[in-house]
Design a protein around this ligand. Sequence first.
Ligand code: PLP
Length: 396
Amino acid sequence: MPAEPRIIPLCEPYLGGNEGRYLQDCIESGWVSSVGAFVDRFESMMAEAVGTAHAVATVNGTASLHIALLVAGVKPGDAVLVSNLTFVASANAIRHAGAFPIFIDADERTWQMDPGLVGDFLDTRIDSTSGNPVDRETGRRVGAILPVHILGYPCEMARLRSLAEPHEIPVIEDATESLGSSIDGSPCGSLGEFGCFSFNGNKLLTTGGGGMIVTKDPENARLAKHLTTQAKLPGVEFIHDQVGYNYRLTNLQAAVGCAQLENLPHHLERKQQIFKTYRQAFDGLGESIEVGPEVGPTSAPCHWLSALRLPETRDDSESPRSRALLQHLEAHGIQSRPLWQPMHLSPAYRETNSSAYPVSETLYREVLCLPSSVGLTKADQETVIERCLEFLDTRP
Ligand SMILES: *Cc1c(COP(=O)(O)O)cnc(C)c1O
């Protein structure tokens, strides 16, 4: 049989620690399901890593967001301000809670939720006479703000918090892409009322699939745990005081999570190195090409995915350069990916909003995520860079 052509993947899991050993522990002890010592250990390790006192393991990042929204008090019919340029799960979790997303465009420099637009929205559309922050246009109460730190680059959390505070609107961080990122030394995920993480296969750490809600508030943590475990009251009888969810992480997955978390510093170091190497290779090619968004002086991103921005000279061209580069890399066995279709263009959500989103649309056309696996070898990264440079030489 001919050998499979080798591809350089965008972002594959790196299982280089105690994963096998801990899984073997689960199998030998019989603790494979939704309770067990690894679940507790994974939760306390995450709480420590993020600097929140509490962490609640969940089945995936989307479930974490759903439960955080519910515990934050988001009710059916509410509105939630969320990044427009994000993976669809951020918006889906809002709909799962029965609320409606209000999409906020990205900032040109940071690529993240633009706090200026959040401020404009709150200034011009909120009526607080009822004691609640109500959107005048729709009559919906604004129940939360959900910034997403995309690609591992922090949102401007201090500004977002100071905008939310006077209205008493809780801030929930979609930190699924930003484990290990921090602002002023404070980790992403600890900067709002709740932080939500994902351990999907492509994330900085993986449990196969999984998630975590972190919070500083013990009552919020208790409620989150309660809702993720079918809202069962303690004791041998099956008595449930509300409609809960089966959103538990298994002990098997948590075992992998513990081993992964032990290697967090290594994963972060590798991501940082990969980013630096791309920067060095592409910086100076011309002011129009940049690697990653601009990083604030006090931000320490985890660089989950390194991304190249290839500005368009005309924004009405049929096929942006970023997509031509994607094709070129694909032809040479290198996987790269565009950003997500902005939510306001998504068939699932395009009815929701009438605003304009020029920055999201531009970034969507111009940005391409490059191979960023923790295990990416030096030689493979050089190949990626060579192929990119070859393309840019012929398509300046
Ligand atoms: C991965 C991701 C999620 C969802 O995580 P799952 O574990 O796949 O459910 C949510 N938001 C963003 C921005 C993500 O990248």
